[in-house]
Ligand binder design. Structure first.
Ligand SMILES: [Zn+2]
Length: 136
């Protein structure tokens, strides 16, 4: 399915990724099934090396569900960054993934944003790439 992302959401993700570099950033995506309207950044609580991993606390998940209710939006999924790595899900990303959740990965280097890719688990529990369309 084709998913569009609003400029505001895209900009939140890019700023979050740049500010966290060389560590991974992470946050939530809100909107409806076909459009990501906004994103919120949360703290990466990973206790491993944050340059290659991220974790979101249970408290932040609960707060995100709450925010979705308040904004009358759907909690669509999670974004995170891959500093100096392609926007492909890692083994850890796969292990931590929930069904029906959208996972956006932003690949970047110190000097530039490379690519944004979207992933969702299919019925075989494998990640399938989702087409993400930027709205200008
Ligand atoms: Zn990852």
């Amino acid at each position: 399915m084709h998913i569009s992302i609003d400029e505001e959401a895209l900009s939140t993700i890019q700023i979050s990724a740049k500010n966290s570099f060389p560590n991974e950033c992470c946050g939530f995506l809100f909107g409806n099934e076909s459009n990501i309207a906004f994103a919120t950044e949360v703290i990466n609580t990973s206790e491993k090396r944050k340059t290659v991993s991220f974790q979101i606390s249970a408290t932040d998940y609960i707060a995100a569900e709450q925010l979705a209710l308040e904004k009358d939006a759907k909690l669509l999924g999670v974004y995170h960054s891959h500093p100096n790595e392609p926007a492909m899900p890692s083994v850890e990303d796969h292990e931590a993934a929930f069904p029906n959740f959208l996972y956006l990965i932003l690949s970047l280097s110190k000097t530039k944003i490379n690519e944004l890719k979207g992933w969702k688990l299919n019925h075989e529990n494998a990640f399938e790439e989702q087409l993400i369309k930027t709205i200008n």
